[in-house]
Design a protein around this ligand. Structure first.
Ligand code: FES
Length: 145
């Protein structure tokens, strides 16, 4: 049911952890399953993502998609990272079962939420970026755990 890549990224997730003083942090949740994903971005002065880490409290597909998403955004510019859709993450994982597609949306939204946080912290506007709907912010997130 799962591709080898999904199983690989689930059993051996890349970039797990947090980044201290991250340039941007995004936390999103899926109201239906209750799963939570947080992505940390380290963005340099040229707007290039130098590092990316994640913490996911969720299903295997959510862990695998977070892991792959962090691999995909590393080294990208903000604009390039914005173009990484859940579809691109799924393709990089050789697909997900249809019932698990929503899990990959969490990864796309977590990246957007982290970029949104970065933009807010720096008082800039990122072309084409909208505030993620499932951004659950800090306070609410405490309750979720
Ligand atoms: Fe919730 Fe996968 S079931 S993210």
């Amino acid at each position: 049911m799962y591709s080898d890549k999904v199983i690989d990224h689930f059993t051996n997730p890349r970039n797990v952890g947090e980044i201290e003083n991250a340039s941007g942090v995004g936390t999103v949740g899926n109201a239906k399953c209750g799963d939570i994903m947080r992505i940390y971005l380290d963005i340099d002065d040229n707007g290039v993502i130098q590092d990316c880490k994640f913490k996911t409290f969720g299903c295997g597909a959510a862990v695998a998609t977070s892991s792959m998403a962090t691999e995909l955004v590393k080294g990208k510019t903000i604009q390039e990272a914005l173009e990484i859709t859940n579809k691109a993450v799924m393709e990089a994982l050789d697909g997900l079962p249809p019932v698990k597609v929503h899990c990959s949306l969490l990864a796309e939204e977590a990246i957007h939420a982290a970029l949104w946080d970065y933009a807010e912290k720096n008082g800039i506007k990122i072309e084409g970026l909208e505030k993620p709907k499932s951004d659950i912010g800090e306070e609410e997130e405490e309750e979720e755990y």
